[in-house]
Write a protein that binds this ligand. Structure first.
Ligand code: B12
Length: 299
């Protein structure tokens, strides 16, 4: 077996649901500072790994959205958002990078995967698309054929030259003009609606993708439990149109958490990701009685 097959086998053994490789040409349109070669000079390959989120984890969100069980949000927080996927990806990327450096004379740099890792050196979702794992959905994150958006990604940059995988070329995974559920269910209207136009447009490897404009401040307001309606202790924010300055100031007013590893408690929303129909949603969730559908969801 060649190095690429060895790396994929290692990723699988370490629990990854997917692994793909991209060359540099697909990053030609990267914004300044985000190109893999600006992170690792001489980088020749970008390895993206992905881990699916458990259905049993996602359904905890349905209990909160549909049954008011905010106390179960920690299950999503632990296994779907802040902790497990990020730590697992961190260890796996480290192991893959070590494997490359031990087997070859090349350098390998694992990138940060999420909270507690201080930074986003490159965009993991763009890397996942470049490596052929899936394509952008209207919600702005990456859909894979099997799990829809219910995945998390990690990346290893390396000077080792590996044969790139093809980009995803199967049937479209998102048809926003017919669906639009992600923007509809967002509690704060953080995702622009398809019919309002003005999508974000990116071009990678000759493929053009469009996805929503995400209002970070509105998304943060909900994720970070800055109001009682989003699982917060107090209304730390009162405006429906927060700026990032408002978010920063509200975050300073929030008490330090006594209930977890994060500095402040959070609600880890993920409603767009939970109700996206791609990835056999109907069979996995409504079909097994795990969700009564978005119409049954409050706020
Ligand atoms: C900051 C962050 C957030 C912020 C902002 C989101 C955002 N869209 O950037 C907030 C807190 C709002 C957020 C929310 C969520 N996030 Co988040 N987030 C990140 C994080 C840590 C960094 C993203 C980043 O760099 N932003 C910086 C800005 C400047 O970049 P950008 O807007 O992404 O990209 C622009 C340019 O930089 C450019 N670009 C950058 N690189 C490249 C490369 C090429 C080739 C091109 C053409 C362009 C390009 O493209 C954009 C156009 O201008 C990433 C991890 C990572 N390192 O990528 C996870 C990440 C994107 N999040 C993730 C997830 C799952 C979520 C949530 C679902 C979490 C939840 N609540 O359950 C929500 C989803 C909200 C949504 N619909 O997007 C996953 C997505 C997995 C997937 N399936 O694709 C990631 C990849 C983390 C991971 N380890 O898997 N997130």
């Amino acid at each position: 077996m060649g190095m690429k097959e060895d790396i994929k086998e290692l990723a699988g053994k370490l629990g990854m649901s997917m692994c793909g490789v991209s060359g540099m040409d697909r990053f030609a349109t990267s914004p300044q500072g985000k190109h893999p070669r600006e992170v690792l000079p001489g980088c020749k390959s970008v390895i993206a790994v992905g881990v699916r989120l458990l259905d049993g984890t996602i359904q905890a969100n349905f209990r909160a959205f549909e049954d008011g069980r905010d106390d179960l949000k920690g299950l999503y927080g632990t296994y779907g958002y802040a902790m497990l996927p990020n730590f697992e990806l961190t260890y796996v990327c480290y192991s893959i990078a070590r494997y490359i450096e031990e087997k070859t004379d090349e350098a390998a740099a694992p990138c940060s995967t999420g909270p507690m890792t201080n930074g986003a050196q490159i965009s993991l979702r763009h890397a996942a698309v470049a490596a052929g794992l899936g394509e952008f959905g209207w919600l702005g994150i990456v859909l894979t054929p099997k799990y829809g958006p219910r995945n998390r990604f990690g990346v290893v940059l390396t000077t080792l030259e590996l044969e790139p995988d093809p980009m995803y070329g199967g049937k479209p995974l998102c048809v926003p003009e017919k669906c639009g559920i992600c923007a509809r269910v967002c509690p704060s209207g953080a995702l622009s609606k398809y019919e309002d136009g003005g999508p974000k447009r990116v071009e990678m490897g000759g493929k053009v993708s469009e996805y929503c404009q995400l209002d970070w401040a509105k998304c943060f307001m909900v994720e970070e439990a800055m109001r009682k309606e989003y699982g917060g202790r107090e209304d730390y924010l009162t405006t429906d149109e927060p700026t990032m300055k408002d978010i920063f100031e509200a975050s300073m007013r929030m008490p330090h958490s006594d209930a977890g590893l994060q500095r402040v408690e959070s609600w880890h929303c993920g409603k767009c990701l939970s109700y996206c129909p791609t990835g056999d949603w109907a069979k996995r969730f409504s079909g097994r009685g795990l969700s009564r559908g978005a119409a049954a969801a409050g706020r």
